[in-house]
Design a protein around this ligand. Sequence first.
Ligand SMILES: *Cc1c(COP(=O)(O)O)cnc(C)c1O
Length: 242
Amino acid sequence: MSDLVRSIREKYLQTLENIAGAAHSVGRSPDSIKLVVVTKTQPLEIVRAAIEAGVTMLGENYPEEGVMKLQSLREFSAVEWHMIGHVQSRKAQLVAENFNLLHSLDSLKLAKKLDRFCGEAGRTLPVLLEFNVGGEDSKSGWLAGDEAHWSALLDEVAAVVALPNLQVRGLMTMPPLGSTAEFSRTFFQQLKRLQEYLTSQFSHVDFTELSMGTSGDYQVAVQEGATLVRVGTAIVGARQYT
Ligand SMILES: *Cc1c(COP(=O)(O)O)cnc(C)c1O
C-alpha cells in the first residue's frame, strides 16, 4: 500500500468511526449511513488512491471532470459516482448518461431535461431534490426556509415525481456557511421536517435518503438523520485548484 493510499485510508476509517459514534449517540444504526467521499478538483491519482483505500462512493461537482474520472477508472466497476454540484442545463446529458445518483436536482426544468436524456439512453436516474433551507438567494435548491410556504412546493415536486425516467429517493441540502458545526443543526432539522412533510403529501414516493453534512458538520448531520454524508477535505485533503 502506498503512503498516499494509507493516509487516505486512515482518514476514511476515522470518518467512518466518527459517523458510527454520532449514530450511536442518538440511537441510530451506522448501517443506515453512507459516506460519499468528495473528490472535486482532486487529480486522478488521488481518486484512484481513494478507491484503493476502500472508498466505494465518490462525489463530484463538475460533470465534465467527473465523467473524465469515471471513464478513466472504469476498471473499478463497484464504485458509485455521485453528482453533488449544481448541474447546468447544457450538462444534463452528461449527468443523465453517467452518474449513479444526482444529489443536487434543483429545478423542474433540469428534471425534464434529465428525464428526456435518460429516456433516450434507456436508463433511470436516481435523484435527490435539493432544498435551500437557509434562505440565501445565492444558493441553489428550491427555497424552503419558511415552513408556511412549503405547500407552494408541492406542484413542482409532483411534476418531478411524475417523470418516468427519474427516481426520486430523497432530499439534499447545503446549509449556509457557519463558523461551527452546531450552526448547521437547525438547517438539518428543517430538512428532516421537510422530508416528513413531503412523505405525508406523497404516500407513494420514497423520500428515505437525506444527503446532508460535509467535513465540518457531518457528525451533527448524522445526529439529525442524514443517510448520506458528503465529506471531502477531511479525507482527501485540501482542494487542488489549478
Ligand atoms: C465540496 C462539497 C462537499 C465537501 O465539502 P468538504 O468541506 O470538502 O467536506 C460536500 N457537498 C457539496 C455540495 C460540495 O460542493
